[in-house]
Design a protein around this ligand. Structure first.
Ligand SMILES: [Zn+2]
Length: 107
């Protein structure tokens, strides 16, 4: 089986800042919520799923942040464009911090 879950974020800013779990959690929750939220059956489950989806989205834009400048990265990308590349980030879009631990050698 392909290790796609690792491959997506390997060597990215997400991995170096140890925030991959935020993307993983979002991915794990968004699919089981979208199905009832936009399904044809209208009932308490649908309202619950829509509310949960709203909370999840708010969290998704709020939670990932740069440890150096404190920018909410997803929200920053959403407002400034380029969020289609968000999951492949190599550095903070606000301050450019790449979160490399061995900075000395490369600069
Ligand atoms: Zn930053």
């Amino acid at each position: 089986m392909m290790r796609w879950r690792q491959a997506i974020w390997e060597g990215t800013w997400w991995q170096r800042t140890r925030q991959r779990w935020k993307l993983a959690l979002f991915l794990a929750l968004v699919v089981p919520l979208i199905i009832p939220a936009f399904g044809r059956h209208v009932g308490p489950e649908k309202i619950g799923a829509l509310l949960a989806l709203a909370v999840l989205l708010a969290w998704y834009f709020w939670a990932p942040r740069c440890y150096r400048c404190g920018t909410r990265v997803m929200w920053f990308l959403f407002r400034n464009g380029g969020w289609h590349n968000a999951w492949r980030l190599q550095q903070c879009p606000a301050c450019g911090d790449a979160a490399r631990e061995t900075d000395g050698a490369s600069q």
